[in-house]
Ligand binder design. Sequence first.
Ligand SMILES: [Zn+2]
Length: 93
Amino acid sequence: MQRKGSAMALQWTPTWEEVVVESHGIRLRVKRDKETKLLACPICGEGDNAIYFFSVEDLIRHILSHTKRIERHQVFVPTKPIEEEGEEEYEEE
Ligand SMILES: [Zn+2]
């Protein structure tokens, strides 16, 4: 694998596809790169300011931090109350 060019440039050409991800009852329509499976923040966009996430959890946490500032935009839609069901990210012995 050869790396050339500036450090700012992407090392691959993203092929974005629109997918719907769901976690903790929150549904999001986001762009995902077919190659790397990286998720792009729909608010930050796909340009130079783009931020990519490997996991839905991280993406949602990031987007929730956006919504505190731009609550007018309906970027997420809670489909059910957050309870102790569904995916659990905490494991106890
Ligand atoms: Zn963002």
